[in-house]
Design a protein around this ligand. Sequence first.
Ligand code: GAL
Length: 372
Amino acid sequence: MLAKTPPMGWNSWNTFGEAINEQVVRDTADAIVEKGLKDAGYEYVVIDDCWSLRQRGADDRIVPDPVKFPSGMKALADYVHSKGLKFGMYSCAGTRTCAGYPGSFDYEFIDAKTFAEWGVDFLKYDFCYKPRLANGPILYNRMGMALKASGREILFSACNWGSDEVEKWIRSIGAHMYRSTGDINDSFNSFKDIAMSQVEKLAYSGPCCFNDIDMLICGMHGKGNVANGGCTDTEYRTHFALWCLFQSPLMIGGDLSKIDDYNLDLLKNKELISINQDPEARPPMRLGHGDRPIFFKHLANNEYVLAFFNFGDRDSWGDVEFYDLGLTVASGYGFRFRDIFTGEETGVVTGHLSTGIKSHDCRIFRGTLVEK
Ligand code: GAL
């Protein structure tokens, strides 16, 4: 069974866009292993759009661009596999990809077979240039079946940006993750708005098919294909914390040969990753509103997370009254929390928890319910 927990890996689009090639993929696979990201759980190395020639070959198959990929896709897949990683590629449900390369419309079965022959383990499937009369559920179901018929186990990553109420049918067509929003760019407002747009829809996300709120921008610092001013390290931490709390797939989008230590450590943060990979995959409850949302989430093994965010421009305070969670003082129970970034313990707290939160920052507490 694929995607029991949110898939983790790297995708070429955010940094490289059209400038993808086999050397970048090899260097990235090397870096994932050497920099400890494989040990942290990152597994899929995914080539996004712009990998092929503009026309199919005489045999109707999509042809990898021989300048960008001189060794061919099979050799590249073999290299990625030799590192103990998995190999991902990209196509589109329409007649062309979003960047104008051949799409899989009407070629789904032959393309799925080709990907399988190359050793592909993951397919991201976009939604541009789709004939107006063809609808999303049919097109994604067709590729879902083509991948199953391909003879290889291939994770199906749908990308229709949340259109056609995707959350309501995407699990039925066999996808393992699904993009639910438009594209992220490297800015605070972009990741904040994307994450907050999905709060009410997280109940549709769970084992075997996760809501994908797009590739990560951690450490991009205003460079690359989705550049838009960049974020501070504090903002990248808030971004990663939201993606982990919402159990989105974690697809790194930065250039791993240049990633700075702060963001590398952030992407390997064990506490956040274990929240992201929690096997029960329960959506968080939202408590605070406006610019200072607070979330409460049940984890496996009787653990809980209380997460405070401050999207405002000023340092601020957050307060949770435990009766808003159904826990009264008369119950005789309280929480024993640990701040996952500082390691600081709260002791047994009853009644409420208040904490300061710096502007654009977050505080994440993890703990258990204990008898006073
Ligand atoms: C968009 C998609 C992006 C990227 C791009 C490639 O539709 O949302 O993540 O794949 O196409 O052209």
